[in-house]
Design a protein around this ligand. Structure first.
Ligand code: GRG
Length: 294
């Protein structure tokens, strides 16, 4: 029977949220940092990245349990990036997902260290997972370093900071979002495929697929930011940095950004046609990313 992507997301989010604290609760570490790590891990979120790992295992008809630790590792890295992104030295945000940010509750020093703890711990989830073969662990770690490190998310964050308040070209904006957003999202897809031992040709197609999905996710994020900051008549409300920051709509116009989003979704779906397995669930993920409202 075909599974609906919304049902899939709800049930897998629950699984991930049950598993995540178990990887932290028993750590032998001061209570302050443990609480801080758990605070941000338990603060909600869509859990899209871990769900994508499990979606790939589902797609290749492999037991999803072999992906739980890797899925949680990715969510830990995503969480660390949000904790650090909210710090006074970066975006200086007071709220994240409607709750006080980590540094507002635990102080800056503990928030920095909680992020460091989450990042480092994530690698142990992968390498200590008895359900995964050694050669697959090595491949996962190697891909994860490229996706999350200086050649990936960290590099994208730096370029984003350095590009703030400047008018960026489309190429510069692409660099930022390919690295800051698309690579970790893409790693979730690749990780699921590696764990599922998908054919190599499929893995290369999925690498391209994940690029299109990642950029589409970011374009939708930019569109939502603008639509969320307009009243019912389309007039801006409470706008601050939104007007200054370069976004896909600011370069391409809202219509152009929506067309670019659809183009990436179309290319992503075309790539799915070349995989060796049925891909209904991944097609539904494409539509969900294109239409998401939060
Ligand atoms: C500090 C190294 C470092 C990196 C920070 C992820 C990030 C890089 C910054 C967050 C700011 C931001 C709005 C990024 C663009 C899109 C994005 C990654 C949004 C957040 O991801 P969601 O929508 O969040 O999956 P939830 O809350 O659902 O987990």
């Amino acid at each position: 029977m075909n599974i609906n992507v919304n049902d899939f997301l709800i049930s897998r989010k629950k699984k991930i949220e049950e598993a995540l604290p178990l990887f932290i609760s028993d750590l032998s570490t001061p209570q302050s940092i443990k609480e801080s790590m758990l605070y941000s891990l338990k603060a909600g979120g869509k859990r899209l990245r871990p769900a994508l790992v499990l979606a790939l295992l589902h797609t290749y008809k492999k037991p999803e349990d072999i992906g739980i630790a890797t899925a949680c590792a990715i969510e830990m890295i995503h969480t660390y990036s949000l904790v650090h992104d909210d710090l006074p030295c970066m975006d200086d945000d007071d709220l994240r997902r409607g709750k006080p940010t980590n540094h507002k509750v635990f102080g800056e020093a503990i928030a920095v260290l909680a992020g460091d703890g989450l990042l480092t711990q994530s690698f142990s989830l992968i390498v200590d997972d008895p359900a995964v073969k050694a050669e697959n662990k090595l491949r996962l770690v190697s891909e994860l370093v490229k996706a999350a490190g200086a050649e990936g998310m960290v590099g994208g964050q730096v370029a984003d900071m350095e590009g703030e308040a400047k008018s960026l070209s489309l190429e510069e904006l692409q660099y930022i979002h390919e690295n800051k957003t698309a690579k970790l999202l893409g790693f979730s897809i690749l990780a699921g495929a590696i764990l599922a031992e998908a054919p190599e040709e499929d893995i290369e197609k999925l690498r391209e697929f994940s690029y299109h999905i990642g950029i589409a996710f970011q374009i939708r994020d930019d569109i939502l930011d603008i639509e969320g900051s307009q009243d019912k008549l389309g007039k801006p409300v409470g706008s601050d940095t939104l007007n200054e920051k370069t976004t896909y709509p600011s370069i391409l116009s809202m219509q152009g950004a929506k067309e670019k989003l659809q183009d990436h979704i179309k290319q992503a779906k075309e790539l799915l046609q070349h995989l060796s397995t049925k891909t209904e669930l991944l097609e539904q993920f494409c539509d969900l990313i294109a239409k998401r409202d939060h």
